[in-house]
Write a protein that binds this ligand. Structure first.
Ligand code: PMP
Length: 283
């Protein structure tokens, strides 16, 4: 494995960053998760654009432009000689002193790791997964906009722990007003009377690349869709439900807070979207 750090390539054991990096000390940084399918990077430009938008929001100057970042990712992929993989791209504020002030960090650090993918176990794509709604709330956009894909995932981690304690793999986070936002690392969709509905970005979600692909596919397949507000009630009466993410792709949800979704097995529209998505990523 060859890991890119600030222009150099390092073996796994040698790939190290400073304990004074503000990414470690304060979570001051951003990241992307990207997939390589059949040797091709899926939606690289979309991920790089989102990374640069996150950087702008944090006033973090990435020490290269978007094209340079695409080339660095491609070169790291080439050196790792994999055809299917998960790419983790991290930009931290860089090395500074022990105060939080980012002005002590002259140069941000760029890290690119290409590793094997760890998706949910294969059978769960056939069977679907149970989820809970978590007590932990999603950060409101007026405090810190979840559209920034930052290195601060503690609320997501708290919700993940709630899910695990309830015997589930995922949890749905509501926002401060009680509206559905997303899961700990995935966006959420429901289908009700043939219509696809997903929470609107202003409610406080990461605008997922996979979410955008699914909306695009819905358009192509003639499925009507809406970005809207959803409450837990809407989840409970949904005909179908699924989650989307770079790692998870499209995974059906079959129970929410112990209530079966539809007839308790993955829905037809979910399965046809999943099939179309699989074709798209290898196209
Ligand atoms: N929401 C959160 C909080 C995430 O971390 C992610 C990425 N794993 C997603 C949604 C899905 O986004 P994408 O489809 O771009 O991976």
């Amino acid at each position: 494995m060859k890991i890119y750090i600030d222009g150099g390539f390092f073996d796994r054991e040698e790939a190290k960053i400073s304990v004074f990096d503000h990414g470690l000390l304060y979570g001051d940084g951003i990241f992307e998760g990207i997939r390589l399918y059949g040797g091709k990077i899926y939606k690289l430009q979309e991920h790089i654009s989102r990374l640069f938008q996150s950087a702008r929001a944090l006033n973090l100057s990435i020490p290269m432009d978007e094209d340079g970042m695409c080339r660095a990712v491609q070169e790291t992929v080439d050196r790792n000689e994999k055809t299917d993989a998960y790419i983790r791209l991290v930009v931290t504020r860089g090395k500074g002193n022990l105060g939080i002030d980012p002005s002590s960090c002259p140069v941000p650090s760029v890290i690119i790791i290409v590793d094997d993918i760890s998706m949910y176990p294969r059978e769960l794509y056939e069977k679907g997964i149970p989820v809970i709604t978590a007590g932990t709330r999603r950060l409101s956009p007026d405090i810190f906009d979840p559209r920034v894909k930052s290195l601060n995932y503690l609320t997501n981690i708290m919700a993940k722990m709630e899910a695990r304690a309830a015997g589930c793999l995922e949890a749905v986070l509501l926002n401060r007003d009680g509206y559905v936002t997303e899961c700990t690392a995935d966006n959420i969709f429901i289908i009700r009377e043939g219509k696809l509905i997903t929470p609107a970005p202003w409610l406080g979600i990461l605008e997922g690349v996979t979410r955008a692909s699914v909306l695009e596919l819905a358009g192509e397949l003639g499925i009507s869709y809406e970005e809207s507000t959803l409450t837990r009630y809407d989840l409970y009466i949904a005909d179908e439900c699924f989650l989307t993410g770079t790692g998870a792709e499209i995974i059906p949800v079959v129970t929410i807070d112990s209530r079966p979704v539809g007839n308790g097995s993955p829905g037809d529209l979910t399965l046809s979207l999943r099939e179309a998505f699989t074709k798209k990523v290898y196209a």
